[in-house]
Design a binder for this molecule. Structure first.
Ligand SMILES: Cc1cc2nc3c(=O)[nH]c(=O)nc-3n(C[C@H](O)[C@H](O)[C@H](O)COP(=O)(O)O)c2cc1C
Length: 482
């Protein structure tokens, strides 16, 4: 089931008793962050702050902060329903005869349904602010040493200045004053690619930022889609209904009609300003750095908007559940290039891409190393600082078992790859910004061709016969019950 907008999702969470309404007056300066941190660390509910000091608008946080809420946000009970749908779509056999072709028509037609629909009037334009002032938004001051208040859940829309293809990415925005913010798109991200192209053409880049909307649309902005794949089509696919878009008032961009707020404006070529510091996903502050500046020309909003925010910091936090959704949803797409991949785990402690554990069906020597090298060349997997590959019989979701297999199966000189290349802009451990080293570990069984000069030992397992015998003999023993 697709949610129409943010408030539809909030009503749903209310029915499920998964959102807590907080009536006490709270401040957007650190206080909401402290409450959100405590609740998200306990796996608690979403939080609706009704009474925010110095703000006309309520704030909602921790919307995606559990496996259950993350799945609901994307309209499913179990996130695995989405990769199953993707797998079905990707593995359709080409139609052979006329009957086959006719049978496929509904599926082809279904895909066309996911394209965004342009509407003429929109809730996000109920109010047009004559004199925009972004400081009136209850954006959070998240951590004590942050450089200011940040918009933490923005959907940043741009168009490729050469092709006109739309991009939507989530890039935090440091509020400087009434009409300017930072635009923290990292060098490697699609928003930045659009900006660099515009800069080379000596042109300003128009930008529109949506805040709020259907949770599937919000999630889509974070999804590591290849460039030139429209996040709004992807969101339509997730929600099984097209996203409604409306034309902006002052820029040539379309934005989700059901958002809560829209900031319209532009980013000038070659203009930079210090952004940050900011308490980041990694659990450390990302330092001050120069980033482009977003100039706001217009703010439109609903009559009674709700301001959604997220707090990032030491895991587990809300963003970890978004990352886990990405892990599941993108697995079938990785399998297209690497059919040997069985499963993948990006542990929360690795904060998105610091660690990827992959199981493979190995059929030839060197295959684990091929997968490691290949993944480093695939989109945002280039940021994976550690890739561990194990055999298909290892359940990578069982971290204890996986650690045992890896720690016992690796000859470090033979099985480790260390290379250099781009690393995530938030990686504070690299000697240089955005450039550093990464490691791959082949923890699969090795063959002679891979330099293993001895036979691989057998894993200890009790025989089924003895297990059954003991089960039967001690069936009343509490200690042996599962
Ligand atoms: C809460 C949250 C905040 C994020 N902030 C940033 C950010 O400030 N800068 C950035 O480059 N990526 C940020 N990301 C990651 C991007 O949204 C993600 O890499 C996305 O795929 C980028 O879209 P793009 O591929 O269209 O550029 C954030 C992700 C989340 C979940």
């Amino acid at each position: 089931m697709a949610f129409k907008d943010l408030r539809d999702f909030i009503s749903f969470l209310e029915k499920k008793e998964e959102i807590l309404r907080i009536k006490e007056k709270v401040s957007y300066n650190l206080e909401i962050a402290e409450i959100t941190d405590r609740v998200s660390k306990k796996g608690g509910p979403a939080l609706f702050f009704e009474n925010v000091e110095n703000s006309d608008f309520p704030v909602v946080t921790n919307l995606f902060g559990s496996f259950k809420r993350m799945a609901w946000a994307l309209g499913v009970e179990d996130i695995e329903e989405i990769p199953r749908r993707i797998t079905k779509l990707l593995h359709q056999k080409p139609p052979e005869g006329l009957i086959d072709k006719i049978k496929m028509l509904p599926q082809l037609f279904e895909f066309a349904r996911y394209f965004p629909k342009i509407v003429k009037t929109a809730p996000c334009q109920e109010v047009v602010e004559e004199n925009p002032d972004v400081t009136k938004l209850p954006a959070l001051f998240c951590w004590p040493k942050d450089g200011g208040r940040f918009i933490t859940l923005p959907l940043v829309f741009t168009k490729d200045p050469e092709t006109g293809i739309r991009n939507c990415g989530m890039y935090r925005m440091h509020i400087y004053d009434a009409k300017t913010t930072g635009m923290h798109w990292h060098l490697h991200k699609d928003g930045s690619h659009h900006y660099i192209k515009a800069e080379k053409l000596g042109k300003k880049l128009e930008v529109a930022v949506a805040i709020g909307g259907d949770p599937a649309v919000i999630y889509a902005a974070t999804a590591p889609l290849p460039p030139n794949i429209d996040e709004m089509i992807f969101a339509g696919f997730l929600r099984k209904e097209p996203v409604e878009l409306v034309k902006c008032k002052t820029v040539d961009l379309e934005v989700p009609a059901n958002a809560e707020f829209i900031l319209e404006g532009y980013v000038d070529p070659y203009e930079r300003r210090i952004e940050g510091p900011f308490g980041d996903h990694t659990g450390f502050y990302s330092p001050k750095e120069e980033y482009p500046v977003f100039h706001i020309t217009c703010i439109t909003r609903r009559k009674d908007p709700i301001y959604p925010a997220t707090l990032v910091g030491k895991p587990p936090m809300e963003d970890c559940y978004m990352a886990k959704a990405t892990e599941r949803i993108f697995l079938p797409l990785l399998k297209l290039d690497f059919p040997e991949i069985v499963d993948m785990n990006l542990p929360m402690e690795g904060v998105f891409h610091n660690c990827a554990i992959i199981s493979i069906k190995k059929t030839y020597p060197g295959q684990a190393k091929k997968v490691i090298n290949g993944l480093w060349g695939k989109g945002q997997m280039m940021f994976a600082k550690l890739i561990i590959v194990v055999d298909e019989d290892v359940d990578v979701q069982d971290l204890r078992y996986t650690a045992w297999r890896v720690l016992n199966n690796v000859d470090w000189k033979r099985d480790v790859l260390i290379t250099e290349g781009p690393v995530d802009a938030l990686d504070h451990s690299a000697s240089f910004p955005r450039y550093g080293s990464k490691m791959g570990i082949d923890a699969t069984r090795k063959s002679r061709e891979e330099g293993m000069m001895r036979d691989w030992p057998e894993e200890i397992k009790m025989s089924d016969e003895i297990k059954r015998l003991v089960d039967e003999k001690f069936k009343n023993l509490e200690l042996f019950k599962a």
